[in-house]
Structure formats: structure tokens, C-alpha cells
Design a protein around this ligand. Structure first.
Ligand SMILES: [Zn+2]
Length: 225
């Protein structure tokens, strides 16, 4: 077997991703020590109320950084370090998840697209490599390109995730700012936590794009051979 150098194309995105993850960890740790005056649960409830959204359940969930909004049951689940914790980090994260609940309530377009393409994305991430490799082994260019095309769904998913995540944070920060509960430095801290988290989604997109480039390189290289 030859030495595959195409993996080198993945390295910048992997480094970027590691950096983004360390930023999240550091920012979250720093603002976990900053007092906010209300709990994560209260902050989420406030964002919902200020947007006139009703009927959303807020409950605690096990684990760390497991916070999410479940559109199927219309439930915001907040981790133990967020739910009844009065830190700036907790308030930022909780308000962001409430931002997702608001997106569903108002029918925000990108989140609908994101939900709709999840099945294709899952098929794409499972089948793109096998299709490409089988295509190359059988000498079928069509099969190999089908593998590459399927992976485009993964890239599309990561791409549409960006407006969804940035918009949820914007809704969260707007509501927190308008509420008048937080001082400027607390609001600023919540913004830093959410921007650091958003960077991990940018990194995920960069990884998906470099994976796609690698698939294309491998498909094309074997065509020349
Ligand atoms: Zn989010």
C-alpha cells in the first residue's frame, strides 16, 4: 500500500478545532466563577417570556455541557452546572438554548432546513467513504462520485448550523440585554462564552470542508492512475 498523504489536508482544521475547544473550556471556566444574579433556569424562562413563547418545559439533565433544546417534546434540558447555577456562563448557555426554542416557535427558516436534512446527513456520513472506496476498487467513477456527493450533505448540514447557532445566541443576548437583569460586564461575559461556543461550529464546518477536499483528491487521483 502507498503512503496516503491526503490526510495532511485535514491538519489545519483539526488544529483549529482543538484551539476552539480549548477556548470554550477556558472561557466557560472563567465565567463559571462570575456571579449573574439569576439561575440558568430563570434566564431561559426569561428569554422565552420576553419573546412571548409559552408551553416550553425546562428541566435538568445529567452530564456536563449536555444542554440542548428538544423540539420533539418542546423541552429545554439544562445540565446540572447550568440549571440552578447563578453564573454568567450558566445564564449564557441557558439563554442560548431558549434561543433555539424561540427559533422553533417563530418558524425560523434555517433551523427547519437543518432538521430536514439530518437524515441525508446521517446517510452521507456513513456511506460516503464506503461508496468512494468500493467505487475505486470496482473502477466505477459514478459510484466514487456518489460517495463524494453524499458527503456534500454533511458540509451543507455544518453550513446551515452556523446561522442557527449564531442566531440563537443573538436572540439570547438581546433578551438578556433588554431584561435589564445583567450588568454590562455580565452581558459581555455571556457574549464571550457564546462566541467561543460558536467557534466550535465554525471549526466543524472547516473539518467537513477539508474532508470533502480529501475525498475529491482521492477520487481524482485514482482517475489519473
Ligand atoms: Zn445551539
Amino acid at each position: 500500500m502507498y503512503f496516503d498523504t491526503t490526510y495532511l489536508i485535514l491538519i489545519p482544521a483539526i488544529l483549529f478545532s482543538l484551539w476552539a475547544q480549548s477556548q470554550v473550556k477556558n472561557t466557560y471556566a472563567r465565567y463559571s466563577k462570575a456571579f449573574a444574579g439569576l439561575t440558568g433556569e430563570e434566564a431561559a424562562r426569561m428569554v422565552l417570556e420576553m419573546n412571548g413563547v409559552t408551553g416550553v418545559t425546562i428541566e435538568p439533565v445529567a452530564g456536563e455541557l449536555t444542554d440542548h433544546f428538544d423540539p420533539k417534546t418542546n423541552t429545554i434540558r439544562l445540565s446540572r452546572g447550568v440549571y440552578d447555577v447563578t453564573s454568567v456562563a450558566a445564564v449564557g448557555v441557558a439563554a442560548h438554548e431558549a434561543g433555539h426554542a424561540v427559533q422553533y416557535a417563530v418558524g425560523y427558516g434555517p433551523i427547519k432546513i437543518r432538521t430536514a436534512i439530518i437524515p441525508v446527513t446521517q446517510i452521507g456520513s456513513y456511506l460516503s467513504w464506503p461508496l468512494l472506496l468500493i467505487g475505486l476498487l470496482m473502477g466505477s467513477e459514478t459510484l466514487a462520485m456518489a460517495g463524494v456527493l453524499l458527503f456534500c450533505a454533511v458540509v451543507a448540514f455544518q453550513l446551515v448550523t452556523l446561522p442557527v447557532e449564531f442566531n440563537a445566541s443573538n436572540r439570547a443576548l438581546e433578551a438578556l440585554g433588554a431584561s435589564g437583569y445583567l450588568k454590562e460586564e455580565q452581558l459581555d461575559g455571556a457574549g464571550k462564552v457564546l462566541r467561543a461556543a460558536a467557534m466550535t461550529y465554525v471549526a466543524a464546518l472547516a473539518q467537513a470542508v477539508s474532508q470533502l477536499l480529501r475525498l475529491l483528491l482521492i477520487a481524482n487521483r485514482n482517475r489519473r492512475d
